[in-house]
Design a protein around this ligand. Structure first.
Ligand code: FES
Length: 160
């Protein structure tokens, strides 16, 4: 049963070309989505490594998702496909650790999908609210350093 007082801390790894722009659009359309999501901008979700997902959870996020371009529309061709594989693999690791795999996810959207961005943010937040706080959750203080550390490793260069 969901604790409606529980406000999940959520980290979004957002591709600069699509989800990050879609979030801006959602803002200009004045669409409602949770304010407790923290966006980390990536040049492509292909830069996202499994360790980034795990580090975000370790730092105290209750849920983490990647938001990349639509399949077939990645500017680096297959970055979003790699990201989906990494997210799926991270889920298997979470199962091994006894943590709900639903705490990580991959979504695809275009820069024109402001409404979809808001919908995903709302749906994912509700999913995590139903799951409750992450078993790894501390006081969340470490979350403040995640954007900087991930950005330092993920910001530069071509997706791999
Ligand atoms: Fe957007 Fe690759 S450029 S996911």
């Amino acid at each position: 049963m969901a604790d409606h007082d529980f406000e999940p801390e959520i980290i979004v790894f957002a591709c600069h070309y699509c989800a990050y722009a879609a979030a801006d659009l959602a803002g200009s359309m004045r669409l409602q989505y949770p304010t407790n999501i923290r966006m980390i901008k990536l040049p492509c979700t292909g830069k996202l490594e499994i360790i980034h997902l795990l580090k975000a959870l370790e730092a105290g996020a209750d849920g983490v998702y990647a938001a990349g371009c639509m399949e077939g529309e990645c500017h680096y061709l297959k970055g979003n496909l790699w990201a989906r594989k990494r997210v799926e693999y991270a889920k298997t690791l979470l199962v091994e650790l006894g943590i709900e795999p639903e705490r990580v996810e991959m979504y695809n959207m275009s820069s024109a999908m402001g409404a979809r961005f808001a919908e995903v943010a709302n749906e994912f937040t509700e999913r995590i609210r139903q799951l409750g706080p992450s078993p790894l959750r501390g006081d969340g203080a470490a979350l403040d350093v995640v954007p900087a550390t991930v950005a330092a490793t993920a910001e530069e260069g071509q997706p791999t």
